[in-house]
Design a protein around this ligand. Structure first.
Ligand code: IMP
Ligand code: MG
Length: 169
C-alpha cells in the first residue's frame, strides 16, 4: 500500500479544522452527522478537538460497490435526532462525484435545519460531476482510490491509521 497521507498529517489537519469549527460555532450547539460507515473514524477524532457543546448522530448510506460509484444512493440507517432548527455539520470521509453528498444534503434540507455545513476529510476535486459546496476540507487528493482511516475497499482496510492508495493488492 502506498501511503498518501501520514497519520501525523491527518492528526495535525484535524486539529486545525477543529479550531475553525470551534471559532465558527462559538455560542452554538451544532449536531455533527457522520455518514456511515466511512466517516466514523474522522468524526471520532474531530469530535475530541471541539470545545463547544455538540451532539452527534449518524446517517447510513450505501452508494459504492467495489471501486466504482453506482450513482444510486440509498439510506440504510436514518438519523435518530430531530434536526429541525438546528445547525448541522455533515461529516464525510470523501467527496468523489458529489452524487452521494448532493443526495444527502437535499434530503436533510427537507427536515428544515437552521443551517447545513459540510466537512469532508478528503476531496477528489477533479472527479466532481455534481457541484456541492464544501465548508471544511481536510485534503484535496487526486482521482485515485484510497483506503484507510475509515475508508474501505469492500469493507476492508478501514483500520489503517493512514490514507493509502489501493492498487488491488
Ligand atoms: P460520490 O457519490 O461519488 O461522491 O462518492 C462518495 C462516496 O463513495 C464516499 O462517501 C465514499 O464512501 C465512497 N468513495 C469515493 N471515493 C472513494 C475512495 O477513493 N475510497 C473509498 N471510498 C470512496
Ligand atoms: Mg461515505
Amino acid at each position: 500500500m502506498n501511503i498518501l497521507i501520514k497519520e501525523e498529517d491527518i492528526r495535525n489537519r484535524i486539529k486545525e479544522i477543529g479550531m475553525e469549527i470551534n471559532n465558527d460555532y462559538k455560542n452554538k450547539n451544532p449536531i455533527l452527522i457522520g455518514v456511515l460507515k466511512g466517516a466514523f473514524v474522522f468524526l471520532a477524532d474531530l469530535l475530541r478537538e471541539l470545545n463547544i457543546p455538540v451532539e452527534i448522530d449518524f446517517l447510513g448510506i450505501s452508494s459504492y460497490t467495489g471501486t466504482k460509484s453506482s450513482g444510486i444512493v440509498r439510506i440504510t440507517q436514518d438519523l435518530s435526532l430531530n434536526i429541525e432548527d438546528r445547525d448541522v455539520i455533515l461529516i464525510e470521509d470523501i467527496v468523489d462525484s458529489g452524487r452521494t453528498l448532493d443526495y444527502i444534503v437535499n434530503n436533510l434540507k427537507t427536515r428544515k435545519p437552521r443551517s447545513i455545513a459540510v466537512c469532508t476529510l478528503l476531496n477528489k476535486k477533479d472527479a466532481r460531476i455534481i457541484d456541492v459546496p464544501l465548508t471544511y476540507i481536510g485534503f484535496n487528493i487526486p482521482k485515485v482510490f484510497v483506503v484507510g482511516y475509515g475508508l474501505d475497499y469492500d469493507n476492508k482496510f478501514r483500520n489503517l491509521k493512514y490514507i493509502g492508495v489501493y492498487h488491488g493488492e
